[in-house]
Design a protein around this ligand. Structure first.
Ligand SMILES: *Cc1c(COP(=O)(O)O)cnc(C)c1O
Length: 402
């Protein structure tokens, strides 16, 4: 028996659903490299990314994914042998750290336990021990998509200031931007790294960097080899240079449409929608968990990412099979466990272009998959998610009376 018809549900923490409007904006002919129509749209994207990141800093757009802008940030800021501090938050802090090592940088980890975000106190302690100022940069992951933790970036800034340390603060907000508050300038972030395919509702393919003045000064001294990623040529006036060659034109048109949609909805409304959908997901998982076969990875609700929920599965449950059946039989794609959580977790994403019925559908697919695979779970998770959304709607507005 097959139930495979209709749309595939995409509940992975990147890529996320791309709205029809954005798809349509990309479905158009390519243009001459210097066609004014393209230049206007492209320049507006550089300008308006600042309104999402909340910075007056310099914005760079790359034809790349998140890994590309990880490398771009490192190559533009540091010199061989420079030491970086990496607060461990999960698989993504580990992977950024690996990249730094591969580029010839030295790395000092602040150990973490994957059940909580990086802690400002631990970062402050590490910085206080570095009286000589050997540490040149801190690589911080805002929402670690592997563990679904959310880091208190402003708190980390406070910790750096309390330690009186001069290191650059680099923040990977790839999975958080467009799902939760982010204030680059107010929080004293020096470099923001983001990508198009998560909270920003665009297709994969555009990497985004914003750099503060302090970062641009550090860039002048940085000696790691770079060419494609180099900010210097990208800062030249000729637009062609801003992409180090031909721009990914159609993606830029898509990004423009996604930005329009973000401003139409409004950042605050977007963040609130993510909070409600995340809360509904937590409510569902808490019910299912009563049978003892699964649990929320991040225990403190204040430390949970609003864009994705990592669910740990108990010993004896094959999380990868759960995920494969959910995708291949139910047509709902979830994320899998990463790094040391491989086979031991599923990740339910609720970020980007998503509404409550889309989430309910995905949660119902998980519940159906558990039943089908005879994985014990307490039923009623989907109802709990519905109740959560209902309550949030009622609290937010005067109730409708019939
Ligand atoms: C997705 C993700 C990345 C990697 O992005 P790619 O586009 O897959 O290279 C890096 N950091 C975080 C926090 C992510 O969620």
């Amino acid at each position: 028996m097959s139930l495979k018809r209709g749309r595939k549900f995409l509940n992975t923490p990147g890529p996320t659903n791309v709205p029809e409007r954005v798809l349509n904006a990309m479905h158009r002919p390519t243009l001459d490299l210097s066609d004014p129509e393209f230049l206007d749209v492209s320049i507006s994207c550089f300008r308006d990314m600042r309104r999402v990141i909340l910075t007056e800093g310099e914005v760079f757009l790359y034809a790349s994914n998140g890994h590309g802008v990880w490398e771009a940030a490192l190559a533009n800021l540091f010199s061989p042998g420079d030491r970086l501090l990496v607060p461990e938050s999960g698989n993504f802090s580990a992977a950024w750290q690996d990249m730094a090592t591969a580029l010839g940088l030295e790395v000092q980890t602040v150990p973490g336990d994957w059940r909580r975000p990086a802690r400002p106190e631990a970062i402050e302690a590490a910085l206080r021990q570095d009286a000589g100022g050997i540490i040149k940069g801190i690589l911080l992951v805002h929402a670690d998509t592997a563990t679904s933790s959310l880091c208190d970036v402003a708190g980390v800034r406070g910790a750096i200031d309390a330690a009186g340390h001069d290191a650059l603060l680099l923040v990977d907000t790839i999975a958080a931007l467009g799902t939760t508050e982010y204030r680059m300038d107010e929080w004293g972030v020096d470099v923001t790294v983001a990508a198009s395919q998560k909270g920003l509702m665009m297709a994969p393919g555009i990497g985004i960097i914003a750099a503060s003045e302090k970062a641009l000064r550090a860039h002048e001294r940085a000696a790691l080899p770079r060419r494609y990623w180099d900010w210097r040529t990208r800062l030249e006036a000729e637009h062609y240079r801003k992409f180090c060659g031909t721009a990914p034109q159609l993606m830029v048109f898509g990004l423009r449409e996604a930005l329009d949609m973000i401003f139409e909805e409004g950042l605050e409304t977007i963040f609130e929608r993510h909070r409600v959908l995340a809360g509904a997901t937590h409510a569902a998982v808490e019910v299912w968990s009563q049978a003892g076969t699964m649990s929320l990875n991040i225990e403190d609700p204040r430390e949970r990412s609003p864009g994705v929920t990592t669910v740990l599965t108990a010993d004896g449950i094959d999380a990868n099979r759960m995920r494969a059946v959910c995708r291949d039989e139910m047509m709902a794609a979830l994320g899998g466990g990463l790094g040391k959580l491989d086979g031991r977790a599923i990740r339910i994403a609720h970020m980007g272009d998503l509404n409550a019925p889309m989430l309910f559908g995905a949660l119902a697919a998980v519940e159906t998959t558990c039943g089908y695979l005879d994985i014990p779970f307490a039923s009623g998770g989907v109802s709990a998610a519905i109740d959560h959304v209902t309550r949030a709607k009622k609290e937010a507005s005067a109730p409708v009376t019939y």
